[in-house]
Design a binder for this molecule. Structure first.
Ligand code: PMP
Length: 296
């Protein structure tokens, strides 16, 4: 935190600080060779995550007083100080100081997590009943989803609370035009007639690192066609498979939307294939994508 290794309980900021434009990132480090094991860790796609953090800060008129290299070194030190040898989630948090809107507090907390990926992981296949939220995704000309501010997650929290009240596991947003946007903390992809479809960045989505990764590997490595285009709500109902993708949730299949079951098989074969390949990519088993991994 602000250049020092600090125990979680001592990482304190005054409650009087303004929080509206606090920004954050979600980054993961995975164990090499087998994501369900212990051992050497690699940070997945450090660069695009840190670039997005810098962009979020710039959009909000804030300046992060550290270089990418300094932030990487600090992240490594935090992981080592914790003695972690299993999958680590790193959630950089940055927010402006009262009376000095360009100046920021910087804290890079890290903790371990259980992956939903990996062969026969029951977490991957568990039932996920989703709904189309009655809340629309925040519009880019009001509160830009492209900047990863905590403020955006007020919109997500309303959708999640509505879903919980209605007994659903999660929600999918439509954008202000009525087209499919994204989940509350992940992007969305659907499989229709063997093709993968996903909304464009103009559909009020976060420019997701996972989405960008999948847009490259699905056609190039798996030979499956991907279309980036607006998706109507009804197309989701008519899809063979729907899944969410993001750093936090990784790849998570969805069982039903508005209680309409999706496709014939759950999880669907295309989702499973993509998730398995993605898991191997994270574990450094795909030689040509090793450049995406930064050793801790
Ligand atoms: N959309 C939202 C709203 C998110 O919170 C996230 C998670 N950061 C994503 C999409 C996925 O982004 P990424 O793949 O970069 O984690």
């Amino acid at each position: 935190m602000n250049g020092e290794i600090v125990e979680t309980g001592k990482a304190l900021v005054s409650a009087m600080e303004p929080i509206h434009l606090g920004i954050f990132e979600g980054i993961k480090a995975y164990v090499e060779n087998d994501v369900n094991n212990r051992g050497k860790l690699n940070i997945f796609r450090w660069k695009p995550h840190i670039e997005r953090l810098q962009r979020s800060a710039a959009i909000c008129g804030m300046r992060i007083p550290y270089t990418d290299e300094e932030l990487l070194e600090a992240t490594r030190k935090t992981i080592v100080a914790n003695g972690f040898d299993t999958n680590v989630y790193i959630q950089p948090r940055i927010w402006p100081k009262a009376g000095a809107p360009q100046d920021v507090h910087v804290v890079f907390p890290a903790w371990t997590f259980e992956t939903v990926l990996g062969r026969d992981n029951p977490q991957f296949s568990k039932s996920r009943r989703f709904m189309i939220s009655s809340w629309r995704r925040i519009a880019s000309d009001a509160l830009p989803p492209q900047a990863k501010t905590w403020a955006n997650y007020g919109n997500s929290a309303l959708a999640l609370r509505e879903a919980a009240r209605l007994g659903r596991d999660g929600a999918i947003f439509l954008d202000n035009r009525g087209f499919v946007s994204e989940g509350t903390g992940a992007c969305i992809m659907a499989v229709r007639n063997g093709k993968v479809i996903t909304p464009p960045v103009t559909a009020s989505i976060l420019e997701s690192v996972t989405r960008e990764t999948l847009l490259q590997i699905i056609p190039e490595d798996l030979g499956i066609t991907v279309e980036v285009r607006d998706i109507a709500r009804v197309e989701l109902y008519a899809s063979d498979e729907v899944f969410l993708c993001g750093t936090g949730g990784e790849i998570t299949p969805i069982t039903s939307i508005d209680d309409l079951p999706l496709g014939k098989q759950y999880p669907g074969p295309v989702t499973k294939r993509i998730a398995e390949y993605y898991s191997e990519t994270l574990a450094g088993k795909i030689e040509k994508h090793k450049a995406w991994l930064t050793p801790v």
